[in-house]
Design a protein around this ligand. Sequence first.
Ligand code: UT7
Length: 312
Amino acid sequence: MQKYSKIISTGSYLPDKVYTNHDIEKFVDTSNDWIIERTGIEKRHIASESESSVDMAHAACIDAFKNCAIELKDIEMIVVATTTPERKFPSTAVLLQNKLNNNSAFAFDINAACTGFIYALDIADKYIKGGFVKNALVVGTEKITSLLDWKDRNTCVLFGDGAGAVVLSSSDTPGIISNTIGSDGSYKDLLTVNTDTEVIEMKGNDVFKIAVNTMGKLAASTLEKNGFKVEDLDWLIPHQANSRIINAVAKKINLPEEKIVMTVNKHGNTSAASIPLALDYANKQQMIHKDNIIMFEAFGAGFTWGSTLLKF
Ligand code: UT7
């Protein structure tokens, strides 16, 4: 049995094309002021027609391997969190594996909407701790703008595309300290993409309230069950859906704003990609450092939710 799994490298990719709020004002009845005030979003990246969630995942993984202690051939497991696969099958993870020229890993997708990355990390962590694999690649990738009705101002201003990746390896020291995941399918219709319309439909206000309550409780219980106080936390890296949700959750646990990694202003809501994108941003900006105590937390369609407590 391995003792812990540890993130040893991070990477990300954002498409070149950017829509600012002012760009969106041109085709839907909204305003830069409304979007900033209600969501904190200033801009988002949009994948090109020919760019898929596999292409973005591939670019994020190449980035993660630029400065990594292990090589791609050492990866034994690839888990991709996405709600926007390139094909119905084979999975995004298998298509990614092929693009990465790795033919030794086993690869599969998971769908837990915006919580997907935490679910994927939990699975990979358990494989490593169980001693089944030593090195895993965990990816969140989304071409979520392909699911938008660009005439619906309730949703089209909120989302963006991108991908983030981490290399997770076995370690004698922490590493991931704990993961918690949960779901409740009775909320299935509050945030959904139905197969007949294929666009995101959301009861935003209801989602907002449940997200704040659920993530507030989850953050508190994650710290408590691991014997941590909020002062022990160096950084909260939350799912980036809305700055008001993030700030409300931080307030519930008395976490100062300076300890929040906030990227929703730059990326919008990138669903399963949002936490690994924010993590890589904080890493490249040298905001986070070795041995920092970090908490991830997310909430998404289903509803699903999850948290990870880790030493970086
Ligand atoms: O990632 C998974 C989880 N997803 C989330 O966490 C998203 C959760 N929800 C939210 O972030 C927020 O509920 C929204 C940003 C979606 C909406 O903010 P809100 O403060 O809850 O606004 P609302 O839905 O209550 O709407 C307030 C008003 C409405 O007008 P009336 O009915 O008061 O006249 C909307 O029609 O704002 C209007 N509105 C807009 N106005 C300008 C809604 N969208 C827009 C828009 N531009 N884009």
